[in-house]
Design a protein around this ligand. Structure first.
Ligand code: AHR
Length: 506
């Protein structure tokens, strides 16, 4: 029997203007993200600075406005001073978070050059694990102060006259985690983060701060951590961070694809805590969210642990190199939809990560090619067509049963209206694995719009993967939508990611 869903879209149903930084990503000094990833001197495709041109092109294709750097867990024992100055004089260090050898051949200056070439801003993180207020202030002075002081003059002596002007600063990383160097209690961290932000703001009042939320929603201290940390930092910070990774550990794809509902619940819980602290403090200020680590991650965790135990202190070991299946591309599409539906509070988000490490972009080992993983596509589509105002669709979708998530909707969707460009884009996943669904959308408020294209990502094998030998999971345009007056009818195949684009006729 045919399954039908109905949707109403209206210009007036606004969620929010989307902050472009919701399409951010993340590069950590971890595995082959930096060395052998973005940076590979001697590779035929590398530029005069040693950066892979082909990788930069793929990052540009993703159109990533901001990249979090240099960690992650890495940042919690990082001495930034080791990563600046003449490259040949920089020390190699034991990198404790990933038990690797950090050569410091790529540091602040090199990364910032790379980010510029990739058309991205840098979201900088400071070490609040093994270090503290003074070091964070020194780093900010080095990066953002014009000159005439110890650290700004040091930057100038390193060849960078103009201040970098990094705007967004993360106050440590996952400070509640037992795996974190310098793990802290909520009280210890809340006080430190607040005092660090206060001091840094005296150096550069234009910067914005991201304070650490719980490492994930399953942490035993989740919620009380957010409450305590925000109670100390509320007036000094701008965003609270959320992290979450998903995986099909049980092998039940139907249930796996329902896990995007967990991300939605997580965001709503954190918003509730933020608003509770706002009320408690009688504050007028809203706390916004930075979902600065999100993705699928589970394939390599056991092997990575073993590798770090057995073969520590390697330069650029192949860690966290999850190879993503087609069903995981659907999941990334579903998670992106959740982020956009919450874009009134989620202002920034980082797909973690960007190159080689749980990444949409891979490079082969031993100097080979670069290529796109399956998850590249939904992220790329959202980043390319999802700029503008997020619209809340009113959806009436059939439901299907799942093992742990009860009955969930077949269709998950969000739309983005770009008034300036005259474009309306519907992002929709049919997460029913057995049945196609016909979606009928009322688009009467978009008079004068015509159907531009319906892009589909689908595959007969949910476990299909891409590799440098071929990108078998790739989008295509399909004749599956028709616009008649104010009614758009779209066939959404079972297990598919869909991008339906309407444009205004001039
Ligand atoms: O993204 C990989 C790691 O996941 C990050 O270093 C850490 O912040 C998180 O636990």
């Amino acid at each position: 029997m045919a399954r039908n869903a109905k949707m109403i879209l209206d210009k007036a149903f606004r969620i929010s203007e989307i902050d472009d930084r919701i399409y951010g990503s993340f590069i950590e000094h971890l595995g082959r993200a930096v060395y052998d990833g973005i940076y590979q001197p001697g590779h035929p495709l590398s530029d005069e600075n040693g950066f892979r041109r082909d990788v930069i092109d793929l990052v540009r294709e993703l159109n990533v406005p901001i990249v979090r750097y240099p960690g992650g867990n890495f940042v919690s024992s990082f001495n930034w001073e080791d990563s600046v100055g003449p490259v040949d004089e920089r020390p190699a260090r034991l990198e404790l978070a990933w038990r690797s050898l950090e050569t410091n051949k790529v540091g602040l200056h090199e990364f910032s050059k790379w980010a510029k070439a990739a058309n991205s801003d840098v979201m900088m993180a400071v070490n609040l694990g093994t270090r503290g207020i003074a070091d964070a202030c020194n780093l900010l002075e080095y990066c953002n102060h014009p000159g005439g002081t110890k650290y700004s003059d040091l930057r100038i002596s390193h060849g960078q006259k103009e201040p970098y002007g990094f705007k967004v600063w993360c106050l440590g990383n996952e400070m509640d985690g037992p795996w974190q160097l310098g793990q802290k209690t909520a009280y210890e961290y809340g006080r430190l983060a607040s005092e660090t932000a206060k001091a840094m703001k005296l150096i550069d009042p234009t910067v914005e701060f991201v304070v650490c939320g719980s490492s994930n929603k399953d942490m035993p201290t989740f919620a009380t951590w957010e409450d305590t940390v925000l109670s100390h930092t509320y007036e000094n910070v701008d965003y609270l961070s959320l992290h979450s990774y998903y995986g099909n550990r049980s092998g039940n794809t139907n249930d796996f694809l329902a896990k995007s509902n967990d991300m939605n619940d997580f965001i709503h819980s954190v918003v509730a805590i933020c608003d509770y602290v706002k009320a408690k403090k009688h504050s007028k200020k809203n706390m916004y969210l930075s979902f600065d680590e999100w993705n699928v991650w589970y394939h390599t965790t056991a092997a990575d642990k073993e590798e770090m135990e057995k073969n520590p202190w390697q330069v650029a070991p192949a860690l966290l190199e999850d190879i993503y299946t087609f069903e995981e591309a659907l999941m990334v599409g579903l998670l992106m939809i959740v982020l956009l539906r919450n874009s009134d509070r989620v202002r920034m988000a980082c797909l973690a990560q960007l190159v080689n490490v749980i990444a949409p972009i891979m490079t082969d080992q031993n100097g080979g090619k670069s290529w796109r993983q399956t998850i590249f596509w939904p992220f790329m589509h959202a980043s390319r067509y999802g700029r503008g105002t997020a619209l809340l669709p009113s959806i009436d979708s059939p439901l299907h049963a799942t093992k742990n998530h009860g009955d969930v909707t077949d269709i998950e969707s969000v739309s983005v209206f770009n008034e300036e460009k005259g474009e309306l884009t519907i992002f929709a996943v049919n997460r029913n694995l057995d049945e196609d669904v016909t979606l009928t959308t009322d688009v009467r408020s978009f008079e004068g719009f015509t159907l531009a294209e319906h892009i589909v990502l689908e595959h007969s094998d949910l476990k299909a993967v891409n590799s440098s030998a071929g990108e078998t999971v790739a989008p295509k345009t399909a004749a599956q939508s028709a616009l008649d007056g104010g009614t758009l009818t779209s066939l959404l195949h079972k297990a598919s990611w869909n991008v339906i684009r309407l444009v205004k006729q001039h």
